[in-house]
Design a binder for this molecule. Structure first.
Ligand SMILES: Cc1cc2nc3c(=O)[nH]c(=O)nc-3n(C[C@H](O)[C@H](O)[C@H](O)COP(=O)(O)OP(=O)(O)OC[C@H]3O[C@@H](n4cnc5c(N)ncnc54)[C@H](O)[C@@H]3O)c2cc1C
Length: 537
């Protein structure tokens, strides 16, 4: 495995790498082969990693299929514009079924539909997941490769950490540039004083020791460089796209897996008005995200036989866990404060616990950027947001299919807030945020809380059920494990099928306690190693 960043194309006006990529990909995509060694479906946070790692072996022909289009757009490359991609053609804009626990509302779930998937439209916050998450993954999988110690070593190998050196926890010189957004001015110490005033300690980094204990607060870390997005696709896949063994086909909507017995023989996809079927020699890797991966599995005959039987889908493998165990983080609309004077750039994250010994709540705080104001023009010109979120949820949902046509939308039974403890915890998150924002330490900087203001305890449950929403961290719908509802084993291989692996947020046995992109990169790395990537390179 090559973890250094030396293979990135040189930056600067004399860089002709992009031209080489364009010409090479024009040639490869106009002469598609009838057969590839590996077909990776989906170029998101995990799929981009898998495609790159497999292509490191020049003797393997790798095809990466992506339903979305190109990523070379200002709304993607300029990381500050991330929110302006939501509800555009670059977002699947999934709609859930009406949820009785949200007072009958449907909710919309954003997910990237573009080269890079979520990593091309997300806010790029870098959070590794808590020690307890990874140890839980290892226990469920029965494989120490997934435990915190092992994953921490991989993070250290992959990272190019720009902050204060901390060799026990952080790596430097790796592929993944990670930087804290350093704000300026007296607001920074005031922010930390404010969180300490509600009992949340301060750390140097959210991704060091803080991820091993009950939580804390630090400046947010991002995958950006001078506000330019560093997506998984641009970091991993793009630098290999001038090679003859990696074909990247965008606008290619994967519609079905074709089987010969228990082996995937081909992948069917639609591009323009043409249906293609390309054969696979070694393996297919599904990285379509936690909604489309179970949908494609079920429509191809892998799932609960009763569910498949409702639509007359012939059963290839009865795996009752496909689509179950849907989990997501749940957030409330941001609490908004108006600023006194200029808006600072400082951005922080806090994680904290109101039960158990690991964080169950998280907040992302951010200045109101123009992209966010475009979504809500009523926000103040100079202001601050804090998004209260629940990250250790007890509610679970399920993805169903609604028919056999690949264009039939998934039926998303998200079930957010089905468990009463989740409602209470979300209320706690909101109160902690309000206490921080309205604290004495921040009073000199913040003019006033604009919304929502104090909500009486008696009205809180109604407020939460009327306003709670997906935080776009959908996971768990093809979980890794060893029980009857597990879909993949510890090597991410689909049970009962000879040559099919899953690498995306679907495989999480439970949603991690923190943002999900970094863990999806780890999942991609683990899947690629299991496919044998790096062995013959
Ligand atoms: C608006 C937003 C903001 C977020 N902010 C953050 C953040 O700041 N930090 C963080 O850690 N996480 C964040 N996330 C979450 C994070 O981006 C996702 O959890 C992560 O990208 C999931 O990775 P994945 O590999 O499972 O799927 P994805 O990254 O969603 O990739 C799936 C890919 O498969 C493609 N695909 C799907 N179906 C098909 C098909 N049938 N045929 C072909 N291709 C298909 C999709 O178009 C997509 O490119 C955010 C997400 C969103 C939507």
């Amino acid at each position: 495995m090559n973890t250094s960043n030396q293979n990135l194309p040189p930056a600067g006006p004399d860089n002709n790498f992009a031209d080489r990529v364009r010409l090479n990909q024009q040639k490869l995509t106009s002469e598609l082969k009838p057969h590839y060694d590996f077909i990776v479906c989906g170029s998101g946070s995990s799929g981009s990693v898998v495609a790159r790692r497999l292509a490191e072996n020049p003797s393997m022909q790798v095809l990466l299929l992506e339903a979305g289009g190109h990523d070379d757009l200002p709304s993607i490359t300029d990381a500050l514009q991330w929110a302006s991609n939501i509800r555009t053609e670059r977002d699947w804009s999934f709609q859930t079924r009406p949820n009785p626990h949200l007072n009958g509302r449907t909710d919309s779930i954003a997910a990237g539909k573009v080269l890079g998937g979520g990593s091309s439209i997300n806010a790029l916050a870098w959070a590794r997941g808590h020690r307890s998450d990874w140890d839980y993954f290892a226990a469920e999988a029965g494989d120490s490769d997934w435990n915190w110690r092992s994953v921490l070593n991989l993070y250290r190998e992959l990272e190019d950490w720009q902050g204060t050196p901390d060799p026990d926890y952080r790596g430097t010189g790796g592929l993944l540039y990670v930087k804290q957004e350093i704000g300026t001015g007296p607001i920074i110490p005031a922010m930390f004083e404010a969180t300490r005033s509600v009992g949340i300690p301060t750390f140097d980094s959210i991704n060091g020791r803080m991820m091993e204990g009950p939580g804390g607060c630090s400046l947010t870390e991002f995958r950006t460089r001078n506000h330019q997005r560093l997506s998984a696709f641009r970091t991993y896949t793009f630098p290999y796209m001038d090679r003859p063994n990696l074909t990247v086909l965008s606008s290619a909507f994967v519609t079905r897996l074709i089987f010969e017995g228990k082996r995937v023989s081909a992948v069917e996809f639609v591009r323009g008005d043409k249906v293609h079927r390309l054969n696979v020699g070694v393996e297919v890797v599904l990285s379509l995200g936690a909604i489309n991966t179970p949908k494609l599995l079920m429509q191809s005959g892998i799932g609960d036989e009763t569910e498949l039987g409702r639509f007359g889908i012939p059963v290839v493998e009865h795996l009752p866990g496909v689509g179950r165990n849907f989990q997501d983080h749940v957030a409330l609309p941001p609490i908004v404060w108006e600023f006194q004077g200029d808006q600072p750039e400082a951005v922080f994250h806090w994680f904290w616990k109101t039960e158990g010994d690991t964080p169950n709540l998280q907040t992302t705080q951010a200045p109101i950027l123009s992209g966010i104001r475009r979504m809500n023009p009523n926000l103040p010109a100079s202001g601050w947001l804090m998004l209260p979120a629940l990250i250790r949820t007890k509610s679970q949902g399920r993805i169903h299919v609604t028919g056999t046509d690949p264009l039939d939308p998934p039926d998303i039974e998200a079930n957010l807030l089905a468990h009463p403890d989740d409602v209470k915890a979300l209320g706690d998150a909101m109160e902690i945020c309000r206490d921080i924002g309205n604290s004495a330490a921040l009073r000199p900087f913040l003019k006033q809380e604009v919304s929502p203001g104090k909500i009486k305890r008696s009205a809180m449950e109604m407020f939460i059920r009327d306003n709670a929403m997906s935080w776009w961290h959908q996971s768990g719908t093809a979980k890794m494990g060893r029980d009857a509802l597990s879909v993949v084993d510890s090597k991410l291989k689909v049970y009962g099928i000879r040559n099919l692996r899953i690498a995306d947020a679907s495989i999480m046995p439970r949603v991690v306690s923190g943002n999900t992109m970094a863990p999806c990169i780890i999942i991609g790395e683990r899947a690629a190693s299991a496919c044998g990537a790096g062995k013959q390179a």
